[in-house]
Each structure stands twice: as structure tokens, then as C-alpha cells.
Design a protein around this ligand. Structure first.
Ligand code: IPM
Ligand code: MN
Length: 351
């Protein structure tokens, strides 16, 4: 297969972890006879510094004309500490999601048998956890009308959803549930919020199209609690943008390291793949960042092209590295800590 992949390394450790995913993907391509053309483009603080805009038109053109996007991380502390900053790297991310139509953010949480002791949660509670969030990504309070009034003393953000937006996201969730254990949980706050009542009513209306799927409806506060108490109770979860943002960070601790979980953002045409962690500015340039989440995001990318075997060899190489202690310092715990590039080299060699 010939693949054109837009490569958005972004900020902080982004370029370092992206390099490892490229190395591993190239090894996979060589093994299976694919041809990948990488198309690097600017985003985030790096793009603001270069052209004054976190998601330049040129970057959009490259993304929109590629088969997929592989994304590193964005964010830089110089913007976080400057309340007067007019452009922020994060705006680039939101603009990119909207312009590429990436409405479904797929965030899996699973555990690695060799790392069960690394989780802050008890081993017997998390063993066998394998769940996936479908977070709505291009609407809700992130994109609703916002502003200030009363001389700046009152602020508002509007949460708004259309039935169509809920339906297309829920459809992805139902389809995933059909491929998995046929269990779907709709996470909302329907006892309080009108948008949540629309979500619930929409999903209820879709149940008849998926008679085999057992659907539950739970309030977001209860899910926040049960997720860390009994993560194994969940399989596919669907939810709105903000709830999904919060719950997926919470879920990420189950696996033991922020540096392990990949994600995909699916849209109407192209899809984007990225690690769930951020730009980790303190580690920039030190060759210590864990590249596994980005490498696993590349595995999701291959799988999304229908190349299941290619995804599997990447997952197997990662499992083997973890089991053999070929890990960066976040997972080394007193043992030998390998550098980002060494882990990437090892993975590529073991494809
Ligand atoms: C995420 C991030 C973003 C979000 C930020 C950086 C805008 O936290 O991808 O989860 O809130 O969606
Ligand atoms: Mn987040």
C-alpha cells in the first residue's frame, strides 16, 4: 500500500517521540512491502514562532491531502504563563480538529501484563482492563459561544449539541461495541443538563438498530468514581467533549504511565493519530521521553487502514520491550533506563 502521512511533530518532546514512531513505521513498511511518504508540517508553538499561527493554512493543506496525520504533542510553558498571549498552541489543535472534521476521539485504556505493579490502583482491580472512550471532539462547550459581559466580570461558555452530532459519534461507539463485547455506556449528566438529555434520547433512539448491544446510561460523576474502582465493568464508553477530556485523563493512570496510551481521532475523511500525553516541556531534548504511546498510535494508524497484522507486530514489539525492561525512566524504577532513541531503535529492530 502507498501511504502519504502528514507528520506533525509539534512542541516539546513531540519531535523526539515522533521520530521513533517514524522509525518503527518504516520498519513495518519494509517488512510488509508498503511505501510511506512522510510529509512534515508545522504546528503548535513551533508554528507560532515560525509563522505566527499555530495551525497554518499550509499545514492544513498538507493534512487534508494526506491519507492520515501522525501527531506528536503541542503546548509550551511560555504561553501558559502569559495571560495576554493572543495566539496559543492549543488553539491550533482545536482549529485542526474542526477543519479536518475529526469528531470522534478514540481513547483506549488497557493494561500491560508486565506493568500491573506500576499502576497506582490495585493489581486485582485493573488486571484485564480493556476499555475505550469515544469522546466527541468538535462540538460542545469547547466550540460553543463564549465571552464576557458586565465589564468583564461575568464569563460564559455555552454547551450545545445537535442530534446529528450526537448520532454520528454514538454510531462509532455502537459499531465498536459490535466488534468488542457488545456493551456500551453513555456517559452524561442527564439529571441536570439539557444537552445530556438530548444525548440520552438520541442514543436511546438508536438502540433498536443495534439490538445485540447492551446499553447503559450513567452520570459522569458516578463514572468518574467507578472507573477507578471497577474499570473492568466498562467496555465502550461514549461521551461529550468536556466529560471525555476529563475522564480519559483519569483513565490513563490505570495503565501505569501517561507515556503508554495512544489515541485516534476519526472524521469524515482523514484520521489523526497521537499519543494522549502532552508536550512534557521539562523533558524536551533530554532523550528521556517514553515513545511507546506514539509508536502505539502508529499501530492504530495501520489498523485503521485495515492493516491489522502490521498493527499487531508493533503491539507485540512494545509488549516484548516492556517485558524485557527496554523502557525509559518513567518505567525503569531503579533498573536501567533507556533513552527515547534507544527504545525506538530496539522496537524497529524487533519488528
Ligand atoms: C486533549 C487536550 C486538549 C483538549 C487541550 C490541549 C486543548 O487536553 O487532547 O485532551 O482539552 O482537548
Ligand atoms: Mn485533555
Amino acid at each position: 500500500m502507498k501511504l502519504n502521512i502528514a507528520l506533525l511533530a509539534g512542541d516539546g518532546i513531540g519531535p523526539e517521540v515522533i521520530d521513533q514512531a517514524v522509525k518503527v513505521s518504516d520498519a513495518v513498511a519494509a517488512k510488509f512491502g508498503h511505501e510511506i511518504t512522510w510529509k512534515p508540517a508545522l504546528t503548535g508553538a513551533a508554528a507560532i514562532d515560525a509563522v505566527g499561527e499555530p495551525y497554518p493554512d499550509e499545514t492544513h493543506e498538507i493534512c487534508a491531502s494526506s491519507d492520515a496525520v501522525l501527531f506528536g504533542a503541542i503546548g509550551h510553558p511560555k504561553f501558559d504563563n502569559d495571560p495576554t498571549a493572543k495566539v496559543r498552541p492549543e488553539q491550533g489543535l482545536l482549529k485542526m480538529r474542526k477543519k479536518l472534521g475529526l469528531f470522534a476521539n478514540v481513547r483506549p485504556t488497557f493494561v500491560f501484563p508486565s506493568l500491573l505493579d506500576k499502576s497506582p490502583l490495585k493489581k486485582e482491580r485493573i488486571e484485564g482492563t480493556d476499555l475505550v472512550f469515544f469522546r466527541e471532539l468538535t462540538s460542545g462547550v469547547y466550540f460553543g459561544e463564549k465571552g464576557r459581559k458586565d465589564d468583564g466580570n461575568t464569563a460564559y461558555d455555552t454547551n450545545m449539541y445537535t442530534k446529528e452530532e450526537v448520532t454520528r459519534l454514538a454510531k462509532k461507539g455502537f459499531e465498536a461495541a459490535m466488534q468488542r463485547s457488545k456493551k456500551l455506556c453513555c456517559v452524561d449528566k442527564a439529571n441536570v443538563m439539557e444537552t445530556s438529555r438530548l444525548w440520552r434520547e438520541t442514543v436511546q433512539g438508536m438502540e433498536k438498530d443495534y439490538p445485540e448491544v447492551e446499553v447503559s446510561y450513567e452520570f459522569v460523576d458516578a463514572v468518574a468514581m467507578r472507573l477507578v474502582q471497577w474499570p473492568k465493568d466498562y467496555d465502550v464508553l461514549i461521551t461529550e467533549n468536556l466529560f471525555g477530556d476529563v475522564l480519559t485523563d483519569e483513565a490513563s493512570v490505570i495503565s501505569g504511565s501517561m507515556g503508554l496510551m495512544p489515541s485516534a481521532s476519526l472524521g469524515t475523511s482523514i484520521s489523526l493519530f497521537e499519543p494522549i500525553h502532552g508536550s512534557y516541556p521539562q523533558a524536551t531534548g533530554k532523550n528521556i521521553a517514553n515513545p511507546m504511546a506514539t509508536v502505539l498510535s502508529a499501530a492504530m494508524m495501520f489498523e485503521n487502514f485495515g492493516l491489522a497484522e502490521e498493527g499487531k507486530v508493533i503491539r507485540e514489539a512494545v509488549n516484548k520491550a516492556l517485558a524485557e525492561g527496554i523502557v525509559t525512566e518513567d518505567l525503569a524504577e531503579g533498573g536501567k533506563a533507556y533513552g527515547t532513541t534507544e527504545v525506538g531503535d530496539w522496537l524497529a529492530k524487533n519488528i
